[in-house]
Ligand binder design. Sequence first.
Ligand SMILES: [Zn+2]
Length: 238
Amino acid sequence: MKLDILAFGAHPDDVELGCGATIAKEISFGKKVGIIDLTRGELGTRGSAELRHIEATNAGAILGVSVRENLGFADGFFINDKEHQLAVIQMIRKYQPDVVLCNAVDDRHIDHPKGSDLVSNACFLSGLIKIETTLNGEIQEKWRPKQVYHYIQWKNSKPDFVVDVTGFMDKKEKSVLAYASQFFDPNSKEPETPITSKNFTDSINYRAKDLGRLIGVDFAEGFTSERYVAVDKITDLI
Ligand SMILES: [Zn+2]
């Protein structure tokens, strides 16, 4: 199945938090979007990998994604080597996306920049014909996405461009809150972490609102681009 957009996240919930509203908006235009989680988030302080799998399935359904797969890499310890690159290349060639979205280039959690480098490297390598991968016994065709964009995560990195996501924050917030075991819950008996505070849950809305304010809309999500942001006409920018 060919997809328009393939979004990768080191952990289930990275994609929802980083670019959930952008994905919901593209799906509303009829675009086909998939999510690939690199790990099962098994080192997450709260919940379990099994619970996270259920939460991720529900979150993906809320956004309306066509597919969601998990590569089962080791949370916290996966590395950017040939074995992991080939597994990512297999997904890129399987879904042939025009646009790949992936983790922030620099962030608090060490898996985020690692996942960012790994997916970025795989996007390049996937276009090399002499790297052979197979799926269900069949040799895959080479495929290189046209664009690789990195969503902004914990750190307030300066985006290269922002997407107006006004009207799609409800879906984003619902998809994030599908990970109920992860976030603010005043009745939880599990340990506190940086993402279980009320402030973090609130930040999903207020950070998007602030980015929106800066471009004159209600809400926005920010991305960095690996190459220059190009437009066909100078009037294309809003
Ligand atoms: Zn993460």
